[in-house]
Design a protein. Structure first.
Length: 159
């Protein structure tokens, strides 16, 4: 199984960098995991709706240009489908059983994802109604992927 995470924005906080490195190391035994980090677009502090849309559009074009061919695209979107950890594990397992050996998860920038990215996605996944910083979301996603692979292998993991 190959998993690509496309994330807008650079991780700056040391604890997030270290946490992501740790989960990527743990995930290495389950497949090939790659993080593609894209630069976020500058946005004025008091940006208009049009300026925010322009930022999402530019970041969206970078995301679309970075999508691996023939991968199942999963956009992290607050308005997407909600599931629990076993549900995510089942979804990953079902995708693999249907021949989807490459999954791509997309984490947008601080303003979210462009409509083009949402439209290109095969599945929109929401982790919560809460809003998380996009840098923290990367760590949360990696932890949930690790948990999913542990569940699918029948391995124990703390609750």
């Amino acid at each position: 199984m190959r998993v690509t995470i496309i994330a807008v924005g650079k991780l700056k906080e040391k604890y997030l960098v270290n946490g992501c490195k740790e989960y990527l190391k743990r995930l290495g035994r389950y497949g090939n995991f790659t993080v593609v980090e894209l630069t976020d677009e500058p946005c004025p502090a008091n940006a208009s709706a049009a300026e925010e849309e322009q930022v999402r559009h530019k970041e969206g074009n970078k995301i679309l240009a970075s999508l691996p061919k023939d991968s199942q695209v999963i956009a992290l979107d607050v308005t997407g489908d909600k599931t629990d950890s076993p549900g995510l594990a089942r979804r990953i397992e079902n995708l693999a059983l249907r021949g989807n050996s490459h999954l791509t998860f997309i984490i947008g920038g601080s303003l979210g994802l462009s409509a083009k990215v949402i439209d290109r996605s095969h599945w929109r996944l929401s982790f919560s109604d809460f809003t998380f910083p996009h840098q923290l979301m990367r760590l949360i996603l990696l932890e949930q992927l690790y948990r999913s692979f542990k569940i699918n292998r029948g391995e124990t993991y703390h609750k």
